[in-house]
Design a protein around this ligand. Structure first.
Ligand SMILES: NC(=O)C1=CN([C@@H]2O[C@H](COP(=O)(O)OP(=O)(O)OC[C@H]3O[C@@H](n4cnc5c(N)ncnc54)[C@H](OP(=O)(O)O)[C@@H]3O)[C@@H](O)[C@H]2O)C=CC1
Ligand SMILES: CC(=O)C(=O)O
Ligand SMILES: [Mg+2]
Length: 761
């Protein structure tokens, strides 16, 4: 089997049954509508509906632009189709297109936090369709036309663009063209081709194909080097059968009459036609290192396996997510609309499209974060034949593309609300994808202003090495790689990591001049705890955690991160042999859970198994202090299964006792308990206890014991869709963080940044 075949096998596959069950399970279909305002009380109703609603009505009547302030308009896109060209399945009617349109709507939400609704319009009459859509303008911030056959789609889009003052964008045309162009730029680069001399065949002369050809001509491809084909064969000058003005514009002088003839010697072939349109013979006849984009959905013009059987020098892309190189408009439309909506653009113009092409092409050339690796079952893509375009789950897309699009809209004068601070906008975009981003972004920003030296204790591990590199690249300070130099270099080479960059330092414990100092330090600490001098020697010589912790203890590093190669409690014991608790503090673990824009700190998720009442009070103090350092006003709930005495029980008694201890200590933060989690987190439920001293829902949850802390945070993560960071170690005298075993490089960087953030505080 050629190597390419092995690599190009689909990474996931679904059966017909699975697809039907997926769509039928639970509530049929893929989306539902949720209210964003409370609708629980008579007052809510009076505000949301009559009489309250009359007030924004009058405001909008006086100034229609305020619809963006008082309604969903500014973040709402309609996905509209008549089902005349559903994927590559052809004209199957409006209602059959609904699963695809619902799919596009949820992709808008998932990838770019754009709210979207699908509308299927049951007419093939162009004028009727236009009339239907044009009057929907006030409801939406943009119109995404989808799966409308050519040439009707050209007329429909053009007329709607003239009639409406919001972006109207036919995704199959421009979305596809943008993604294909980005992939093509990179494939040309990898094969050393010049776009002025590259010969390209495009099979299909419909919506997607015509737009692709127009865009790549605008990029510099020469018209004579592009041959278009449709069901009747080559579109040559003088052909009359099956023609229209859009095809005629791309007719060339050529003797080729069939696709097979056109593909002989071609450098590139774009398939925007139908399943199976390319034969093995056609592919065999192409130039060396051919570029084959078989983009028909759901089945490509030829599969990667078929190509791999006959050639091992091709760069191959399809429209599917289960092969490498997915050239699909999903990479574009969510982000292009995000950027357009955020500046309230009146249109999506050529400058905005080209900006999206460039942003996308550039991203594929950068190093790839772990989130992408996870989305693709552990294969880390690297710019090359198997990775010419970012994958849809790439977390960088949400900031890179909208920023480029929004900037282009501003520069080309179509933005009604320009953005002044693009750096802040980019950060906000990342936060839209995942609430943790905004918390971490400000933490990173503060570390960047005061960079720190952090030692990565397990630097022989590949993900630790990547994390260290990312730490240095993000200018958070110096990443110290602790380990055997030869092993570090060998792993780096194997993983394609370039260690030769500023901000990285390798420390080899075996030959370090500081070894004796660390041994003396450790021996002084441990000699009355049953350790001999040679035990201290062994720990420093052989154990990275002890060496790294001594580096931090004696000021050779500001912070430390470890945890990949041994379990949490063992790593913590190692560290505690070298580093004390902060005077007057307790060492605890705090996990930060982020769910639907809400952040809660949960403690103790790492150290105390069955805390006593006094220990629970200490945990509350530590957790509140940490929340405060992270920029939150702590409201601490001392959790139990009971609320204010009911039902009674031994564990709840201990929590109540802890509250009394806090009362005596006169701490400077809000706290109360014992209470159940719903009382702590739900304002309405809390109102049933008017004497409760918390001024609002709790943001720090002190758990009655380790098991409840651990179980609840893991359930939040697995079932509640929360992002959970931590446990973060709090209360040590020096900045040390321990990750979980098997943490990804992005988790390790976060922990290193937290260590840097807390260093010296
Ligand atoms: N990967 C992606 O992101 C996207 C992929 N696509 C895919 O592109 C294809 C076309 O979609 P779209 O442009 O919207 O549809 P259209 O209906 O607008 O156009 C279809 C075109 O394909 C031509 N065609 C159909 N079968 C063949 C064939 N066997 N050989 C040559 N030409 C053929 C038709 O020729 P004629 O003019 O003679 O009828 C027509 O020009 C679909 O498979 C779709 O899934 C579309 C958008 C995005
Ligand atoms: C991806 C897409 O929009 C299509 O195949 O029609
Ligand atoms: Mg489509």
């Amino acid at each position: 089997m050629p190597d390419t075949e092995k690599k190009q096998r689909p990474v996931t596959s679904v059966t017909d049954n699975e697809a039907l069950e997926f769509h039928a399970m639970g509530r049929p279909g893929k989306l539902e509508i949720n209210a964003t305002k409370p609708m629980a009380t008579q007052r809510d109703l009076s505000l949301a509906y009559s009489p309250g609603v009359a007030v924004p009505v009058k405001a909008i009547a006086a100034d229609p632009a305020t619809a963006y302030d008082y309604t969903t308009r500014g973040n709402m896109v309609a996905v509209i189709s008549n089902g005349t060209a559903i994927l590559g399945l052809g004209n199957l009617g409006a209602v059959a297109s609904k699963p695809v349109m619902e799919g596009k709507a949820v992709l808008f939400k998932r990838f770019a936090d754009v709210d979207s609704i699908d509308l299927e319009v049951d007419t093939e009459n162009v004028d009727e369709f236009i009339n239907c859509v044009r009057f929907l303008g006030p409801s939406f911030g943009g119109i995404n036309l989808e799966d409308i056959k050519a040439p009707d789609c050209f007329i429909i889009e053009q007329r709607l663009r003239e009639l409406m003052d919001i972006p109207v964008f036919h995704d199959d045309q421009h979305g596809t063209a943008i993604i294909a162009a980005a992939g093509l730029i990179n494939a040309l680069e990898l094969t050393g081709r010049d776009l002025k001399t590259t010969k390209l065949v495009c099979n299909g002369a419909g919506a997607a194909a015509i737009a692709c050809v127009e865009l790549i001509k605008a990029m510099g491809f020469v018209a004579e080097n592009i041959v278009l084909c449709d069901t009747k064969g080559v579109i040559y000058q003088g052909r009359t059968e099956g023609m229209n003005q859009w095809k005629s514009a791309h007719a060339v002088k050529t003797k080729a009459r069939t696709l097979e003839e056109a593909m002989k010697g071609a450098d590139v072939v774009l398939g925007l036609s139908q399943k199976g349109a390319f034969s093995e013979k056609m592919i065999r006849s192409m130039a060396d290192r051919p570029i084959i984009f078989a983009m028909a959905n759901p089945d490509p013009e030829i599969t990667p396996e078929e190509v791999a059987r006959i050639r091992d020098d091709a760069i191959m892309a399809t429209g599917r997510s289960d092969y490498p190189n997915q050239v699909n408009n999903v990479l574009g439309f969510p982000y292009i609309f995000r950027g357009a909506l955020d500046v309230r653009a009146t249109t999506i113009n050529d400058a905005m499209k080209i900006a999206a092409v460039q942003a996308l092409a550039n991203l594929a050339r950068e190093d790839v974060p772990d989130d992408v690796v996870a989305a693709y079952q552990g294969n880390r893509p690297r710019f090359g034949a198997q990775y010419i375009i970012p994958v849809p789950f790439d977390p960088r897309l949400i900031s890179a593309i909208p920023v480029a699009v929004a900037q282009a809209a501003i520069d080309s004068g179509v933005a009604r609300r320009p953005i002044a601070d693009m750096a802040t906008y980019a950060r906000e975009l990342s936060a839209r994808r995942d609430p943790i981003a905004s918390t971490l972004a400000s933490l990173y920003e503060r570390v960047r202003r005061r960079p720190k030296r952090v030692v990565f204790a397990e630097a022989e591990e590949e993900q630790v090495m990547r994390a260290a590199m990312s730490y240095a690249n993000q200018q958070l300070g110096t990443a110290i790689l602790l380990g055997r130099e030869d092993l570090i270099h060998a792993t780096a080479e194997r993983a394609g990591i370039d260690l030769n960059r500023p901000g990285l330092e390798i420390v080899n414990a075996r030959i370090s001049t500081r070894v004796d100092v660390y041994i003396d330090y450790l021996y002084a600490r441990l000699q009355r705890k049953g350790y001999l001098h040679r035990d201290a020697q062994r720990l420093i010589h052989q154990d990275r955690n002890h060496f790294a912790a001594c580096m931090v203890a004696l000021g050779d590093a500001d912070g430390m991160v470890t945890g990949i190669t041994r379990n949490y409690s063992t790593a913590l014991e190692d560290v505690r042999r070298c580093i004390n608790m902060k005077p007057g503090h307790q060492v605890i673990g705090v996990s930060v859970a982020l769910c639907r824009g809400r952040t809660v700190f949960v403690a103790d998720t790492a150290v105390h198994d069955m805390p006593s009442a006094a220990e629970l009070a200490d945990i509350a103090v530590e957790a509140a202090g940490f929340a405060r350092r992270m920029g939150y006003q702590p409201r601490v709930a001392m959790l139990a299964y009971s609320t204010f005495g009911h039902p009674s029980g031994e564990r709840s008694e201990r929590v109540r006792e802890a509250v009394k201890i806090l009362d005596k200590r006169r701490v400077d933060f809000e706290y109360d308990g014992e209470m159940a989690a719903d009382v702590a987190l739900n304002r309405k439920v809390m109102e049933q206890y008017p004497f409760c001293r918390l001024s609002g829902p709790a943001n720090v949850l002190v758990m009655p014991a380790f098991h409840s802390a651990s179980i609840s945070t893991k359930m939040l993560q697995e079932l509640g869709g929360s992002t959970v960071i931590g446990p973060i170690l709090v209360g040590l005298d020096k900045a040390v963080q321990i990750t979980s075993m098997g943490a990804k490089d992005s988790d390790i960087v976060n922990m290193a940044a937290i260590a840097a953030y807390t260093a010296g505080s």
